[in-house]
Design a protein around this ligand. Structure first.
Ligand SMILES: Nc1ncnc2c1ncn2[C@@H]1O[C@H](COP(=O)(O)OP(=O)(O)OP(=O)(O)O)[C@@H](O)[C@H]1O
Length: 312
């Protein structure tokens, strides 16, 4: 378990990270959301011991990163996939990393295979596309078979196939019981990948919540019901405390009761139901609602996350 407590970092007058506290749990993809400049990279760098906090701490199973004897076997990270020596081949780069990290050399071919780069292992990295560089970065992070993985904006600038691949890889790593922490400045990107999200704005924590919990709790969540007797069913549901709106012909949009109650009530009155679908709120709608009553910076963060362009 990673525990971040009251983590703070200042650069001159700018407080990049402001008393940030959170835990990361294994077996989940935790999204780290915040607009550009919110403090995500700085937080990740402190988690890896690359920046020194002005205050606060990060511990991995009770120890700080610098006290871990073989760090690459506990935490793997991809901070900037392009920051590698372009003259080396992919295999030479990973072999050098394996030696530096005290990892057996046979792992090099294993991770090349795992990320689908075996056929270009002998090619120079300088000629790699962004998607290939991201795969190489992930291969490097996986070398020590670590239980914790940190990815800083891994899908930025990738094509849809590259994005799909990275999402699948993150989900697989979490399903293997690893802790996966991934930053993004776009809300819709996290909706499909993360189980849990931490949202920061101006270095401060705004939300720490499960995605399913956030979107199910939102007032935008509802049940879509289609019935040839929609009017009768609507009256029946309203009589049992539901709020009933209408959609298209024969369609009801119901809140305040769950799908099983709708089904049971319809059955009891012998009303045919052709469709009964719980519809979650989008992450964007749920988050806007969550922050609407909060500080202005929270609302600004919500808008920036929803509408910022996908490239920096
Ligand atoms: N080395 C540095 N020196 C001075 N200021 C810095 C430095 N690194 C980060 N900052 C500032 O700290 C704040 C947080 O930056 P950080 O890069 O952590 O944000 P971010 O959420 O990762 O955004 P981005 O996605 O744009 O990198 C910004 O105001 C940034 O300008």
């Amino acid at each position: 378990m990673i525990k971040v407590r009251e983590l703070t970092k200042r650069f001159g007058d700018v407080t990049a990270v402001d008393a940030l506290s959170f835990d990361l749990r294994p077996g989940l993809v935790t999204g780290f959301l915040g607009p550009n400049g919110a403090g995500k990279s700085t937080t990740m760098r402190m988690m890896l011991g690359l920046d020194r906090p002005d205050a606060g701490s990060v511990t991995v199973d009770g120890r700080s990163y610098v006290d871990i004897p073989a760090p690459v076997q506990e935490i793997g990270a991809v901070l900037d996939a392009k920051a590698v020596h372009g003259g080396r081949t992919a295999r030479a780069h990973l072999t050098w990393m394996a030696q530096a990290g005290g990892v057996p050399r046979r792992r090099v071919d294993e991770v090349l295979d795992q990320v689908g780069l075996t056929s270009v292992a002998g090619k120079r990295i300088g000629g790699f596309s962004l998607g290939m560089s991201q795969r190489l970065g992930i291969a490097g992070a996986l070398l020590g078979d670590p239980g914790i993985l940190l990815f800083d904006e891994p899908v930025n600038g990738l094509d849809p196939e590259g994005i799909r691949w990275i999402r699948g890889m993150m989900r697989d790593l979490a399903a293997q019981g690893r802790t996966v922490f991934v930053s993004s400045h776009l809300m819709n990107e996290m909706e499909e990948t993360a189980d849990h999200v931490l949202v920061i704005g101006r270095g401060r924590l705004i939300a720490d919540t499960g995605i399913a919990e956030l979107t199910a709790r939102s007032s935008h969540a509802h049940i879509r019901v289609i019935s040839p007797q929609a009017d009768r069913l609507g009256d029946l549901l309203a009589g049992h405390g539901a709020r009933v709106g209408t959609g298209g012909a024969g369609e009801l949009l119901v809140t305040g009761v769950d799908a099983s109650q709708v089904g049971e009530l319809a059955l009891a009155q012998r009303i045919a139901v052709h469709e009964l679908t719980p519809v979650r709120a989008s992450l964007e709608a749920a988050f806007m609602e969550l922050t609407a009553q909060e500080a202005q910076y929270a609302a600004e963060t919500a808008r920036a996350l929803a509408h910022e362009g996908s490239t920096r």
